[in-house]
Design a protein around this ligand. Structure first.
Ligand SMILES: C[S@@+](CC[C@H](N)C(=O)[O-])C[C@H]1O[C@@H](n2cnc3c(N)ncnc32)[C@H](O)[C@@H]1O
Length: 270
């Protein structure tokens, strides 16, 4: 059987027809000479983006396990398998993208990648930690971004995490106090540094962003870094302003209470 063909009895649809049937694609992947999203508004995405930080993660992942959260059409899952990862699991909340990922992996000959429908808020159900968690391009789509980071740290982060988010505002990083004063010492005036462009911030998006109603938050660079640290990730590298390589570290204030919360639901609400 050649790549891109089905094993069943009927006539095999051409790879082009399979790609078209799953359109539109967000990942532009070269599948045996066919581009899945040749007119992507971000150019050759994510290949060109990955090229800018590919050196930040280990070249050789043999013996390692990888969880790709919000894997979309599987570009990063495939790249991690290409680096020799033993186990790669790609999860996404959208079955349509998982179908693209399965087709892409099959067409490229990477049959050992598992793709499963799972929401990031459900990662606790996996019952497994991974040597590398990829959490790219998902945070700003979430209504509860810090909860997602807390759940990843609590349940699936075994060592490294590659993180990326859309950001807005300044790329500056301001010094912030260890303990914030309510007022400036000796006054009733609020400290002014909250308005510093480099203060950690999350910009809330009430309405649509780029025509997409699923975008809720845009941190600035300092905000991304601060949230990662607050969730228990030490930042090892920041190869692009919006890309962070992290390592699981102690969760701040863990001795004083849990980070993630698990809202209770009565039977009536199920
Ligand atoms: C902008 S794409 C990023 C794709 C890929 N990670 C990348 O960086 O190129 C966002 C992906 O996250 C998925 N996603 C959004 N919300 C999610 C959630 N709550 N749980 C899991 N995946 C989610 C979307 O279906 C989509 O495939």
């Amino acid at each position: 059987m050649r790549q891109g063909e089905f094993a069943d009895d009927g006539p095999a649809p051409s790879l082009r027809a399979e790609i078209d049937a799953l359109a539109p694609w967000f990942h532009n992947i070269d599948l045996n000479g066919i581009q899945t999203a040749p007119d992507h508004f971000l150019g050759n995405y994510p290949s060109d983006k990955f090229a800018r930080f590919a050196d930040a993660i280990p070249q050789d992942l043999s013996g390692k396990s990888v969880l790709d959260i919000g894997c979309n059409a599987g570009f990063y899952s495939v790249e991690m398998k290409r680096r020799g990862a033993d186990r790669v699991l790609g999860i996404d909340s959208d079955e349509r993208y998982l179908a693209q990922a399965r087709l892409a992996a099959r067409a490229l000959g990477f049959t050992g990648i598992e793709f499963r429908q799972l929401d990031v808020y459900q990662v606790g159900a996996l019952g497994e930690r991974f040597d590398l968690v990829i959490f790219m391009g998902v945070l700003y789509h979430l209504r509860h971004p810090l909860l997602a980071l807390d759940l990843i740290r609590e349940h699936v982060a075994g060592d490294l995490m590659l993180f990326q988010t859309m950001q807005q505002g300044s790329d500056a990083i301001a010094e912030v106090p260890e303990n914030h004063p309510f007022f400036l010492p000796g006054t009733y005036r609020k400290p002014g540094y909250f308005d510093d462009p480099g203060y950690p911030k999350m910009h809330f998006i009430e309405r649509r962003y780029a025509d997409d109603w699923t975008n809720w938050w845009a941190p600035n660079r300092a905000g991304s870094a601060a949230m990662l640290r607050a969730a228990g990730f030490a930042i090892l590298a920041n190869p692009e302003p919006e890309v962070f390589l992290c390592r699981a570290a102690p969760v701040p204030f863990a001795d004083l209470g849990p980070a993630a919360v698990y809202p209770a639901r009565g039977d009536a609400a199920a």
